[in-house]
Design a protein around this ligand. Sequence first.
Ligand code: UDP
Ligand code: MG
Length: 138
Amino acid sequence: MIQRTFSIVKPDAVRKNLTGAILTEIDKAGFGIVAIKKESITKRQAEGFYAVHRGKPFFDGLTDFMSSGPLVLMVLEKENAIADLRKLMGATNPANAEEGTLRKKFAASIQENAIHGSDGEDTAAFEIGYWFAGYELI
Ligand code: UDP
Ligand code: MG
């Protein structure tokens, strides 16, 4: 069954001109791009997106980082998209990420880790709806 997931090329990767390299890997892994847009988001928008992490020690730094420059918001689709994107991304901390994963290749630190991917069906639905209107997903 074809499934959709939500992904972000984070501001660190956009700043380092890694957007093309990351999109190429996503393409090679068989994902279709349903929707894509480059935006600069506010701290408040970042706080809403990462609301599940509110209260954690990294929340303030994370939301500052996510609102520090342009990022690329995407809805991706393929069989098993949610789990497969998480696998392609690698562990949150690039120091623990497997060889060949996007975070191993492109991430600088546990915070500036190049890419976001939804971690489940419920979060994917919330995240897609948070950033994209229905008419953008036809
Ligand atoms: N993060 C951080 N410090 C931590 C854990 C997470 O700065 O100790 C940041 C990192 O950018 C991560 C995001 O917060 O991608 C969301 O954390 P989560 O645990 O959901 O990791 P992910 O699902 O992105 O792998
Ligand atoms: Mg997460």
